[in-house]
Write a protein that binds this ligand. Structure first.
Ligand code: ATP
Ligand code: MG
Length: 557
């Protein structure tokens, strides 16, 4: 398939194709404009793949612009986290990082221009009066008594606002548009307000801050953005976007296009709500692997390619919808099935003693890292007469469907010999603690010569040489598909979203595991070393990325 055929198609790309064909634009410039008020979530990943993906495919450019006009809610730590996430996803922004706050001087100039044209005024209605004057969807608004203040007086008042001579909430600068417009956003929207707040980029230089609707379109115009792509909730605001662009002397004319947000089942998709989970310590930070943030997916072992593939599969439309988690999980499973090296880990160990194995003997078995990808090579796994196997892989008696270890039945130890169970020890509660077996020493890498074939394969680790590890298993953070629809999402949090296993045993090669790089633990699922696990030798911590199969689909039914 040629590269062009591989590209996604969607209505935005069709608009771009038409704009290039008609000569309206010769090149494409997009931007990704996060507000640094939290970590990015997977909804943002969709927007990143869309904006940066378009720039890539059309030989255009995509800016990373921090939309930072709310100093109270923003933080420089979020700026760093967002940059890291965009790069990790595999994208590069054009030139320097941009900040809306970097345009505060120009924006102030544009506001003065509006005042000079008689298109903006300083209004002293308080919050409640402003709301009352605005009217409702069914009732037109009323003109503010400050609407007809002279240009000279407005210029002087705005200067006072800028110089810190007005209180917060005392007054604001409003665009003079139409108090009876059917678009509420055109009823003389506020474009500047007073805030005595320290800003992470501009410090204490400003005590007036521009509003989003005024800032966004003008930042686009300043950067020469051709296609300004955002989510559907800004559809109505496009009228205001265009009004501002039409009424000030902008260096270029951008256009806004809207697509539907990503909603994902069993999670929340809003930085504000995710922040509540973090603040109330309901999760272990923004990158807790149960969170839907990009940083959490990374910590959990998701790959950038799997998130990009997900963005591609869900597509870009104007239709509101909610995506099932299984779509996302399928993307990471397919990636890791092909690419993750295999390893053996026993999550709930019981002992397996091979009674006819020479006492004191140990072997170094060579095992493939991947069943079909030879390029992944092999590794050494130590073997001896005392192993650990999974408690659930042994039963004293079982029917034919149970293809694991049963007394008097044979099973293959992955990458090693065929063994036959003989008896077992139990503790006082009746739990099996040790299983005894015999091994057939002619079965390393081949079937027994007597024609019998073991019914199944189980994984194992060596008792002496294996390492203790903590393993964290994750489930959905919420018990309902749409927690955002609840009056209080706290009531639908899943109390079993995290299970910690402290005494798992893993093969010694995993001492060299690298954080965030998933392994397939044979027969268990995909796991990666936690990126906060700094000391590999004494304290291995593995996070489950995803199970081997979509068991959730079955449970849901
Ligand atoms: P949140 O409510 O989570 O804070 P937001 O839209 O306020 O989301 P921004 O930081 O302003 O967050 O978003 C940056 C860009 O990402 C915007 O263009 C926005 O439209 C897009 N975006 C945000 N959430 C989603 C989503 N769920 N799906 C797709 N795009 C999204
Ligand atoms: Mg926002």
């Amino acid at each position: 398939m040629s590269e062009a055929e591989n590209r996604p198609t969607n209505f935005i790309r069709q608009i771009i194709d038409a704009d290039l064909a008609s000569g309206k634009h010769n090149s494409v410039q997009t931007r990704f404009p996060p507000e640094p008020n939290g970590f990015l979530h997977i909804g943002h990943a969709k927007a990143i793949c869309l904006n940066f993906g378009i720039a890539q495919d059309y030989n255009g450019l995509c800016n990373l612009r921090f939309d930072d006009t709310n100093p109270e809610k923003e933080d420089i730590d979020y700026v760093h986290a967002i940059k890291k996430d965009v790069q990790w996803l595999g994208f590069e922004w054009a030139g320097d990082i941009r900040y809306s706050s970097g345009y505060f001087d120009e924006l102030h100039g544009f506001a003065v221009e509006l005042i000079e044209k008689g298109l903006a005024y300083v209004c002293f209605l308080n919050g409640e009066e402003t709301r009352e004057y605005r009217g409702t969807l069914n009732k037109p608004g009323k003109n503010s008594p400050y609407r007809d203040t002279s240009v000279e007086e407005n210029l002087a008042l705005f200067e006072k606002m800028k110089n810190g001579e007005c209180q917060e909430g005392e007054c604001s600068l409003r665009a003079k548009i139409d108090m009876s417009s059917s678009f509420m956003c055109l009823r003389d929207p506020i474009i500047y307000r007073v805030r005595f707040a320290h800003h992470h980029q501009t410090g204490d230089k400003w005590c007036i801050y521009p509003m989003y609707d005024f800032t966004h379109c003008l930042s686009d115009a300043i950067e020469g953005i051709t296609h300004s792509i955002c989510t559907l909730e800004f559809q109505d605001n496009r009228r205001l976007y265009d009004w501002v662009i039409d009424n000030v002397s902008v260096p270029s004319i951008p256009h806004q296009y809207e697509f539907s947000r990503l909603n994902l089942e069993y999670t929340l998709m809003s930085k504000r709500k995710l922040n509540i989970l973090v603040e109330e310590k309901l999760v272990d930070g923004w990158d807790d692997p149960r969170m839907p943030t990009i940083a959490a997916f990374r910590r959990r072992g998701y790959t950038p390619a799997s998130l990009r593939e997900f963005a591609k599969r869900i597509g870009v439309t104007k239709m509101e919808n909610t995506v099932e988690i299984s779509v996302l999980e399928a993307c990471i499973r397919e990636d890791l099935n092909d690419n993750a090296p295999r390893a053996m880990a026993v999550l709930e160990p019981i002992k397996l003693v091979i009674e006819n194995y020479p006492a004191g003997k140990t072997e170094a078995l060579t095992v493939k890292n991947h069943p079909s990808d030879e390029s992944q090579g092999t590794r050494i796994v130590p073997f001896s007469g005392e192993l650990y196997i999974e408690a659930e892989d042994f039963r004293e008696e079982a029917n034919k469907k149970y293809k694991r270890l049963v007394i008097d039945k044979a099973v293959r130890l992955r990458g090693a010999y065929v063994v036959t169970a003989t008896r077992c020890d139990k503790d006082e509660q009746g739990n099996v603690t040790t299983v005894y077996c015999t091994y057939n020493e002619d079965t390393l890498g081949k079937n027994p010569t007597d024609g019998t074939k073991p019914k199944g394969v189980i994984h194992w680790v060596d008792v002496q040489k294996s390492l203790t590890a903590t393993v964290r298993l994750y489930e959905r953070l919420f018990t309902v598909p749409n927690p955002a629809a609840e009056t209080d999402f706290h009531s639908v949090m899943n109390p079993e979203s995290l299970t910690v296993i402290n005494n798992a045993r893993v093969e010694p090669s995993l001492a060299n595991a690298k954080a965030e790089q998933a392994y397939q633990f044979e027969r268990q699922g995909y796991f990666c070393l936690d990126n906060e696990c700094l000391d590999n030798t004494s304290n291995l911590v593995f996070n489950r990325t995803v199970g081997l199969r979509d068991t959730w689909a079955k449970i849901a039914k």
